[in-house]
Design a protein around this ligand. Sequence first.
Ligand SMILES: [Zn+2]
Length: 469
Amino acid sequence: MSPLINKLLVVVAALTVIWSASPAQVSAQSANANHSLASSYQDAANRIIEAALSDNTAFAKLTELSDRFGHRFSGSESLEHALDWLLEQMSADGLENVHAEPVMVPHWVRGEESATLIEPRRKPLPMLGLGGSVGTPPGGITADVLVVDSFDDLANRAAEAPGKIVLFDVPFTNYGETVRYRSMGAIAAARAGAVASLIRSVTPYSMQTPHTGGMSYSDEVPRIPHAALTIEDASMLHRMQDMGERVVVSLEMDAETLPDAPSRNLIGEIVGSERPEEVVVVGGHSDTWDVGQGAMDDGGGIVAAWEAVRLLHELGLRPRRTVRAVMFVNEENGVRGGTGYRDAHMSELDNHVLAIESDGGVFKPTALGFTGSDEAFDILTGMVPLLAPLGVDVTRGGGGVDIGPIMREGVPGMGLQVDGTHYFWYHHSAADTIDKLDPREMAECAAALAVMVYVVADMEEVLPRTAGG
Ligand SMILES: [Zn+2]
């Protein structure tokens, strides 16, 4: 080695030391890692996307699930028949370790129910009791209605509420904001002395469609019946009150809560080739409300997750780690599937690399939103070029109700985000049916899930948790 080359090597070594300490170098390294992730998996991602978009398997399955079984409410026979069929079909597809894990679920039954406007004129009011509500006494409750437009409005008019039916006529702003009247309305109305509570359905749009959903009681106030009217009727009753009319409604509900019923979470896998104990979960919830078909909430989610795993199997893509499709039961009125999965798998949660949930309808996918460490997010953003043909981004923040219990144990989580324009038009109503969905958009959802699941399950480095995890 000549002295000149020797000197040059010393200079290069010195520069390397300086560079490796600089932020520019760190981000260049991470860009390289991302670039290599994208290039290593470009072929596989293209094959997955092409396979997903070239057939209608997922949509055909969702159609059969929706039309054949109808709703899949916790405690119902139709749910159990649908779960039997899903198990059979996952096995027939060649998924591995297909099995059910027992979970006890709440069993609320709606029974017969009706609401009728008595004064100022007679009119039937399309309605849905809210999940978990008590029924009315036999013969129903007939009472004057007090319409309010917020909890504050009720507090200001509390003196007028005793003995009345309180109606919360609250226009939809966003789900998180407006749903408070569904979940907490019966408590606030009972506290003010009301005998029953009604809400304007939690939706931005209506064709005389009532929407159901979960609700709460408090042990500190009486449990009063709680039901949803349509936008059309809630706003009309409000206008009648504003015109100085006396508004009287008769409400009859047979709803009751029976003892918990046995049900199941469903699982199907592709076992990892090198690190089978490390698991990537992808799923949604099998149950629905007791109206409509739950085609979008969340039939589309479970079928897209299952299709993601089926596609990998069909393409012969067996990743290093295990890929596990999970159909959680009872998201809608108890989350017993999510907590049951956590309890049954507590000892392997440290090896859960990522859990992905699809529960926003299988409309056009826009992003996969991630909750976890910055280091992991950095790696995942390297997949954006792989998802580009689908127009799907990787963003910060996401998860799902069913994977919430394992995320709280430290499992990084992710949620499939979709075009949300129409979801709440149909959500929890008789109109959540298969005809509203599009085969191509659903295939894109399955493709995005499959690419994400495959790369995270197969990449050399395990997705890091926080604090060097
Ligand atoms: Zn859902």
